[in-house]
Each structure stands twice: as structure tokens, then as C-alpha cells.
Unconditional design. Structure first.
Lengths: 129, 600
């Protein structure tokens, strides 16, 4: 864990507790500020309340679907990078996510290095953008 | 004897008989003619003789008649002429053969002549020579009526045979010419009669050889046309009702099912082509020999069939095992029935045997597909439930491993957890792909070279890791394929990963694309070959089966090649493997350039 690395404000939306734990423990331990939401509604109110550098959003959520959350965020926060996660990775899902303007597609199970890379990318794009 | 010769013989016999008949009539006619002529001549001469004789006798000078008699010499047929007294003594005479000649008049003729005014003219035969003899009385009325003597003449007919010979000499050339003309006519007409018969005979020979389609032309007229029509009808009827041995053999040999017949002793009497192919024995080897295909360990199966067929029942065993030449066995279905002779007695049995190997293979394939799609559906159902926990395990194990030093006792187990978790993730991903491969989703025009290039970009990284070169041999100007690009790349990944797994270090991996034309269609070929250790034939047989793997525990899921196979088959293509131990392996995938039809 590199302390000199820039810290990011990360929002995780997943109804799977294990996944939320992974993000909070690992990324939180890495100096990032991680906020987790179990469903889309809670997530959207969090986004409305504070600002984030990157959002990791699962597709299969209870209540509002991941795609609905993604498109809602796209409307209100056009420049907020949203990474679409799924435990059911198919071509349709991937291309659907791409069409809706997702920042990246992250099939589960994922490597933490992949998550770290995405965060770095998001921070980089924000700096340049 | 040929009909024509008989005809000619009959004709010639008839000709000869008629010639003889006409000859006899001719001779008779000739004789009748001569008879009349001689009669007239003898009558005339006799009249003249009587007048001369009357004068001579009345004057008492019978010798006066001698001059007349001598004058008769000019008639070559006058043999003898005498002037007799009423008692038959010769008064004067002339004879061709000279004087004197003993002479005794025929007393009967003499008496008849003395008592009649008319001359007595008779025909005599002396040594085959016919003569006319004439007796005529010489009488005077003045001074008183008295009989003065008798005139006797003998005229010869000459040899009647000479006349006949003469006649024959005239007529024989005519008769012979006539016979020749008749013979020629006879030959000509007999030809005309026998030629249609010849044709019928030749046609019958052809039919005898099995040419059932033969038809005679309806020519010749009259009875010949009727004969040809009757012949054609007969052949037509026979051809529909008679089965020739040759036709029977053709039929039996054409059967795609094995047909085997045995006699009551259990010896083979019919063994067709399909039986030769299915069981390996040739007809020549097996005819007249015992039924060979019953496996030694199940004689009861045969006994059962024998009993049932002998009882007149037909039996079908849907799944049986039979023996081939060389001892291997084959799964078959057997239907058997008894054969009966014309008298209704059982003479043997016949069995129709079909090979179940192909059906078994299809069933196995079907079962495999069923199994896989079931697994695929299950995987799709639980993928979400598996991938989430796997994600958690993977992330935490990776994170933990980062916190421990390389020498730490926890490093090794953590690494194992991480690796095994990845393996589970791969398995779930493969099963998902499998489930999706069944659906013709997302197909469109795909540039094979481009798809392969993209996939190889990922392969290169790993290949470099084991110092293996990836050679690309791409065909130029490949037409686009109607395919799912992701699935095509899945094929490349799986084949290349397998090759890299097989290669140790410094190997050579070649990826080739080509366009070939086979079975009248264009096919794109993707070939992945390596110079690794290769495979045995046994391994090659099983590589496309799901969950089959030669990789060490934990290295492979056993789904890669079956997934490749599934994708290729779903795209209407095929895959072939060429390999032998120590000689590397080549997988050639063939994909149709255009789909046969869109059954999506």
C-alpha cells in the first residue's frame, strides 16, 4: 500500500455484503475513502449528497437495477465514472453497459489489481479532464 | 432337322412324284397315239394288199402279189407280209429279214378273219417289241362268192422305250429347269417364313439370359405380327411375375441391411454385401459354413432365435451383440424369420441385421449435448451466486498475500487459495460460454484474420513468458464469415492455450488461416499447430468430451476443447485433429463461409 498514491472517493453499490466488505476493507486500508450502498436508491441519495471520484455498481441489485442506476447517474452526473460489475458476464451485458456510457466493465471474480487500475484511471481522467 | 430343309425335301419329293406321274401319263398318251397311227396304217396297207391279192388269187397266180409285197419294203415298220391260203399256208411272202421263214398263223385270229369281212387287227408282244398283226380274208363275188385266201401283215411299233427316252431327252432339261426355279422359290419363301421364327428364337434366347425388357417389333404381317405380339405379352407377364436369380442377388446385395440366411443345419446359405462389410467375412469364405457371428459367451441368444423362428414366429432383438471376423464385437439389431419351402416345411431362417454403431454414436453425442446444456443452464443459474463469493475470496486472498513476505509460511497457502479461486472462476465462465454457445446469438460478418489477430495479441503475452514464438500464416483476402466474433476468439484462446500448455519452452506455435472449397462450398480454415509432445490415438478420441483433461490436477477444467467443438458445430463447421506422440498436434477448424440456411 503506497501512501503517496492519491486517494479517491469511491462509492460501491452491491447488494452482496462480501463485495462491499472487499471494497471497504481493501480500498479503505489503501487510503481511499470508500462508501458502500446496498441498493440503487441509497446510492443515488449518497451521490446527491456528496461527490465521488468513481462508482462501482453491480448490475443485479434488489429493487432498482444496476442499469437503471447507471443511466440515472449518467443524467445527473455526466462525468462521474461508473464501473459496471457483474457476476453474470455475457456479451449482451457488456455491450449494454458500454452503450449506457459505463466507464468500464468488471466481471466477477475480479483481481484487486484491476480495481486499483480503474481507480487510477478514473483519477487520471479527472485530472486531465 | 431345320424347318426349311424339311420344307425343301417335301417340295422336291412332290416335284419328283409329279414328274413321274406326268411321265407315266405322257408314255401312256404316246402309246395311245402310236396305237392309233399303227391301226390306221395297218388298215390302209391291209386294204391295198387285199385288192392286189384278190386279183392274183382270182387269176390263180398268187406269185403276182410278190411285187406288191416287195414294194412294202419302203415302209420301214412292215416286218412281215404274207398271202395265205384259207388253211393258213403261205402262198407268197415278204420278210424284212429275208426268206424263208417258218410261219404258223395264229389259228384263232385266222378263224376269226375267215368268218368276218372286217380285218382282224391285234397287238402282239414278242420279246418286248410290240407288233400289230392284221389278218384279212380275200374273197371274190364273181363268178361265185368264195374265200380265196388271207392277207397277213405284221407291223412293228419299234422299241417303245426308245420313244420314251426320246421324249425324256426333250423334257428332262425343261423338268430340271423347272425344279431349279421351284427350289429357288422355295428357298426364298421358306426364308420369309423362317426369318420371323429366327427372330423369335433369338429374342427368346435373350429373354433367357435375363433381358426382361425385350420387345419384338410388330412386323412381318399376319400371323407373324400376332406371334410377336403374343411373345411380347408373354415376356411382359413373365417379367412381372418371375424373379430371376440375378435380380434376386442384385436386390439382396443392394440392401443396406445385412441379410443372412441359414439352413436347418445352421450353415449359411445367403450372405450379402452388407453382411460382408458389417462382419468382415466374404461370401466366398462363409457360404455353406456354420453361422459365425454368435459370440461364444452367449449361445443361448442364438438358440432362442432358432426356436422362435422354427416355430414360425418372426423375432426382433433390438439390441444384440454379434461377433465379427477377428473377434471384435458389434452392437446390432436383429430381425429373423423362418424360411419355408414350396411344401410349407421350414427349410431355414433369414435374419436382417442393422449396425447400431452409428446410432450409438449419435445417442452418445446427443446425451453429451444434453448433459452439457443441462450443465450450462445450471451454470447460468448459479453463476451469479458463485462469482460473488469467488470475487470476495479472490480479492481478500490477493490482498492478504500482499501483506505477507514471500518467505512467510502463509504465502504458499494464500497463493493456492488465489489460484484455486481463479480456477473456479474460469470454470463458471466456461460453463456460461457453453450455455450461450447453444444460442445462435450475435452473429454477423466477421473478418476471421482480424478476430484471430486480436485474440493472438493476448496469447503473445503468455507465449513470450515461455519463450515460444507465435507464427501467423494468414490467407490474404479472406471473405467475411457469418459468425460470432467472441466465440471465434474463444476458439483461438482455447486452442492456443492448450498448445502453450503442451509446449514447454522454446516451442513453436503456428496459427494459419486459409480458404478452401470442399463439398461444393467455401470454407474458412483456422489451424493451430504446435511442435509439442503430441497425443496418442486414445487421447485424440476423447479430447472433445466435456471434463476430459490430460492436464495435471488443477490446471484445466476439461471444458476448453469441448467448448471449441460446441462453438464449431453451432457454426455449421467441423474440427479435425492430426497428431501422434512426439510429432506435435494440429487442430484444423473448418467454418462455412456462408450459412446453409438461417435456422435461427
Amino acid at each position: 500500500v503506497r501512501s503517496e498514491a492519491p486517494t479517491a472517493r469511491v462509492l460501491v453499490i452491491d447488494d452482496e455484503r462480501g463485495i462491499r466488505d472487499v471494497f471497504i476493507h481493501l480500498l479503505g486500508g489503501g487510503g481511499h475513502r470508500v462508501v458502500a450502498a446496498a441498493d440503487g436508491k441509497a446510492a443515488l441519495s449518497l451521490i446527491a449528497a456528496e461527490s465521488f471520484d468513481i462508482v462501482f455498481c453491480d448490475l443485479m441489485l434488489t429493487g432498482m437495477s444496476g442499469f437503471a442506476v447507471l443511466s440515472t447517474i449518467q443524467k445527473s452526473h455526466k462525468h462521474l465514472p461508473v464501473v459496471v460489475m457483474t457476476a453474470y458476464p455475457t456479451n449482451e451485458v457488456e455491450s449494454g453497459a458500454k452503450m449506457l456510457g459505463s466507464f468500464a466493465f468488471l466481471p466477477k471474480p475480479f483481481e484487486i489489481s484491476a480495481v486499483e487500475r480503474l481507480i487510477a484511471l478514473a483519477l487520471g481522467s479527472k485530472k486531465s479532464g | 432337322v431345320k424347318l426349311r430343309n424339311k420344307f425343301l425335301a417335301a417340295l422336291w419329293t412332290l416335284l419328283a412324284l409329279s414328274t413321274l406321274g406326268f411321265g407315266a401319263i405322257g408314255v401312256r398318251f404316246l402309246r395311245f397315239q402310236m396305237e392309233g397311227e399303227m391301226h390306221g396304217k395297218s388298215l390302209t396297207l391291209s386294204r391295198a394288199f387285199v385288192i392286189v391279192a384278190e386279183d392274183a388269187l382270182r387269176g390263180g397266180r398268187p406269185k403276182d402279189a410278190s411285187d406288191f409285197l416287195a414294194a412294202l419294203k419302203v415302209f420301214p415298220d412292215v416286218e412281215e407280209a404274207r398271202l395265205l391260203d384259207p388253211r393258213g399256208r403261205t402262198l407268197a411272202a415278204h420278210s424284212r429279214d429275208g426268206w424263208p421263214m417258218p410261219f404258223q398263223p395264229n389259228p384263232k385270229y385266222l378263224a376269226a378273219a375267215l368268218s368276218s369281212v372286217a380285218p382282224v387287227i391285234k397287238t402282239e408282244s414278242r420279246g418286248g417289241v410290240l407288233s400289230k398283226v392284221v389278218y384279212q380274208r380275200v374273197e371274190s363275188e364273181r363268178p361265185r362268192a368264195e374265200i380265196l385266201g388271207v392277207c397277213y401283215l405284221r407291223l412293228t411299233y419299234g422299241r417303245i422305250g426308245d420313244a420314251v427316252l426320246q421324249m425324256l431327252r426333250y423334257f428332262l432339261p425343261i423338268i430340271l429347269a423347272w425344279a431349279a426355279i421351284l427350289s429357288l422359290l422355295a428357298v426364298f419363301f421358306s426364308r420369309r417364313i423362317t426369318r420371323p421364327l429366327e427372330e423369335v428364337r433369338a429374342a427368346a434366347m435373350e429373354v433367357g439370359k435375363g433381358r426382361w425388357d425385350l420387345k419384338l417389333p410388330l412386323t412381318g404381317g399376319g400371323e407373324f405380327t400376332d406371334l410377336a405380339a403374343a411373345f411380347n405379352l408373354m415376356v411382359h407377364t413373365l417379367s412381372r411375375t418371375t424373379v430371376s436369380k440375378e435380380y434376386f442377388t442384385t436386390l439382396v446385395d443392394a440392401s443396406p441391411l445385412a441379410i443372412i440366411a441359414i439352413d436347418l443345419a445352421g450353415n449359411v446359405t445367403i450372405w450379402n454385401r452388407a453382411a460382408e462389410i458389417l462382419f468382415g467375412w466374404t461370401t466366398a469364405e462363409i457360404l455353406g459354413r456354420p453361422y459365425p457371428i454368435i459370440p461364444d459367451d452367449q449361445p443361448e441368444a442364438f438358440q432362442f432365435m432358432l426356436k422362435a423362428t422354427a416355430a414360425g414366429r418372426s423375432v426382433t432383438i433390438h439390441e444384440a451383440v454379434r461377433r465379427r471376423k477377428g473377434g471384435s464385437t458389434v452392437a446390432v439389431s436383429v430381425s429373423a424369420a423362418c424360411l419355408r419351402g414350396a411344401d410349407g416345411r421350414v427349410t431355414g431362417g433369414v435374419a436382417l441385421i442393422s449396425d447400431l454403431t452409428q446410432r450409438r454414436r449419435l445417442e452418445a453425442r446427443f446425451n453429451q449435448v444434453e448433459k452439457l446444456s443441462a450443465v450450462g443452464r445450471l451454470a447460468a443459474g448459479v453463476a451469479h451466486e458463485l462469482n460473488n463469493p469467488l470475487g470476495v475470496i479472490l480479492a481478500f486472498s490477493q490482498s492478504l498475500r500482499r501483506t505477507v513476505a514471500e518467505k512467510d509460511p502463509l504465502a504458499f497457502p494464500l497463493e493456492s487459495i488465489e489460484r484455486e479461486t481463479r480456477r473456479c472462476g474460469d470454470l463458471v465462465a466456461n460453463l456460461l460460454t457453453y450455455a450461450r454457445a447453444a444460442k445462435p446469438e450475435d452473429r454477423g460478418p466477421v473478418d476471421l484474420n482480424e478476430a484471430v489477430s486480436e485474440a493472438l495479441a493476448l496469447i503473445d503475452t503468455r507465449a513470450r513468458g515461455q519463450e515460444t514464438a507465435v507464427h501467423r500464416e494468414f490467407a490474404e483476402e479472406l471473405p467475411p464469415l457469418h459468425a460470432n466474433k467472441n466465440q471465434l476468439q474463444q476458439i483461438v484462446f482455447n486452442l492456443c492455450y492448450n498448445a502453450l500448455d503442451a509446449l514447454e519452452r522454446n516451442g513453436r506455435l503456428t496459427v494459419r488461416t486459409a480458404l478452401v472449397t470442399e463439398e461444393g462450398r467455401e470454407w474458412a480454415v483456422l489451424e493451430v499447430s504446435d511442435d509439442g509432445p503430441g497425443m496418442t490415438a486414445d487421447v485424440q478420441k476423447s479430447i472433445f468430451e466435456p471434463f476430459f483433461t490430460t492436464k495435471e490436477m488443477g490446471k484445466g477444467t476439461g471444458l476448453g476443447l469441448s467448448l471449441v467443438h460446441e462453438i464449431v458445430v453451432r457454426h455449421g463447421g467441423g474440427i479435425e485433429v492430426t497428431s501422434s506422440p512426439g510429432a506435435g498436434a494440429a487442430f484444423a477448424v473448418r467454418l462455412p463461409r456462408a450459412p446453409l440456411d438461417d435456422r435461427a
